[in-house]
Design a protein around this ligand. Sequence first.
Ligand SMILES: [Zn+2]
Length: 350
Amino acid sequence: MTDGQSLLLLFVALYLLECLRWLPPRSLLLLGHGSSWQARRPFQPVELAGGSPALLAFLPPLQAHVTTLPWLLVPAADGLEVRADRLRPLLLPWERLSLRTEGRTLHLAPGHRVRCLSEEHARQAQQQVQQWAPLAQEAREADFLRHAEATLKSDPLIGHAEALTGQTRLLRGLASLIFLWTFGVLVALYRWLGDDVEILWAAGVLFVLQFTQAVVFFRRARGLPYRFWKTLAIALLPQHAMRAADHFCQVAMPFPSHPLAARSLLGDEAWKKLAAQVWKQTRYQPAATADLQSRALESFLGQQGLAVADLEPAPAQQPGSALYCPGCQAQFQAGVSRCQDCGGIELRAF
Ligand SMILES: [Zn+2]
C-alpha cells in the first residue's frame, strides 16, 4: 500500500468513527431533513455501558438527525419497570430504588442503570420516578398516562426537526462539498498526478472549504458548549468539518419524543409498520405494565385513526394449524392454549 492509500484509509476510518453514535438500545434515530426522514435503530446485539452503536447517514447529501425514545421507565404496583433493552423488562421494587444521575446515566439501584439521551433527560427521569415512589398506584398510572400522551404529541418533534433542518442547511451543504472534495477530487487527482505540486493546490482548496465551514459554524453555534474548540477542530480536520451539523443535532429535546410521534416525518406507510411493531412488543411482551402501556398506545392510535385490530392481522394459515399467537405469529395445532415463547399469551383461533 502506498503512503497515499494509507492516508486515505486513515481518513475514511476517522470519518466513520465520527459518524458512530452510542445510543440507548431501544431508541430510534430519525435521519433526514425537511419533511423526508428515515428511521434507523441502533445495533442492539452489541451493548456496552447501557448503549448500542448506531451509524449516522455518512454519504452526501448529508442529513440531520433526531433521536426518539420509547418509554424506558413505567410504574407498576410492585415496583418500577425498566425497559432499557430488547430483553425482558426488569422490575425493581420501589423500596430498592436509590436514584442518582451521572452525566446522561440514571442510576436506579446498585447494579442497575439506564442510559438517557441527555443530562437534562436523566434529571427529569429521576424527578419523575421520585414523584411516583410515594404515590398510590392509581395516581402513578394517571401521571404516566399524562407523560405518555405528551411524548406522543407530534408538534414538538416536528418543530425540532424543522428548526434543525434550517439551522444546519448551509453546514450540511458545505459538508457534502468537503466530502466530495476529500474522497473524490483529491483521490482522483492523486491517482492522476502522484505527489505533484498540484495536489498541494487541491489540498489548499480543501483547507479554504474547512475554514469557511468553521466560520459558518462559529457564527451559528452561540450557546453550544466548547464552541471555540469545536470550531478549531472543524477548521483543521476534514472529518470534523464534514460532521459539523451533528453538534446541533446532538442537542437533545428537553424530553425526548416517542418514535410514534414521527408520523408526518416518516410517512404513513413506514409509520404504520412501526406502529404495528411497537404495539405487538408492548401488548404481548410479558411485563407487569403491558396493560398500562397498551392503554396509552391504544388511545393514541385511536386518535390517529388506527384500530388496534388492524395492527394484528392473522398470519396465512398453514395446513394442520388451528391457532396462532398474536405476539410472534407462530401457529399451533388444536389442543394448545398458550404460547410459551411469548410468556404465556393466549392463542387465537383462525
Ligand atoms: Zn408467541
